[in-house]
Write a protein that binds this ligand. Structure first.
Ligand code: SF4
Ligand code: SF4
Length: 84
């Protein structure tokens, strides 16, 4: 199952907290729309920090699963290689 992120456009206040908190720079701020947009969905590591910090509860994720021993998970390690 593929991980997908959605931002509820009507709920987003454009505070950019998700942009700042995301460790892998998944979001970008759209100056025209005045809200954040998902730009690099494949880089998401499903830490859920953005969903936790969003004051509007505008961000939802589907298709993720919790990996307890992520350092043993090859797919996760391959994904993280570009960030460390
Ligand atoms: S944290 Fe929530 S309200 Fe703020 S820009 Fe991101 S999605 Fe919008
Ligand atoms: S779950 Fe974590 S990695 Fe994924 S978009 Fe949110 S803050 Fe970024």
């Amino acid at each position: 199952m593929k991980l997908e992120i959605s931002v509820h456009e009507q709920a987003c206040r454009g505070c950019q907290m998700c942009v700042d908190v995301c460790p892998t720079k998944v979001f970008e701020f759209d100056d025209e729309k005045r809200l954040c947009v998902v730009k690099h969905e494949d880089d998401c590591i499903a830490c859920l920090s953005c969903a936790y910090i969003c004051p509007s509860g505008a961000i939802t994720h589907t298709g993720y699963h919790v990996v307890k021993n992520f350092y043993r998970d090859l797919a996760f390690c391959n994904k993280m290689e570009k960030f460390i």
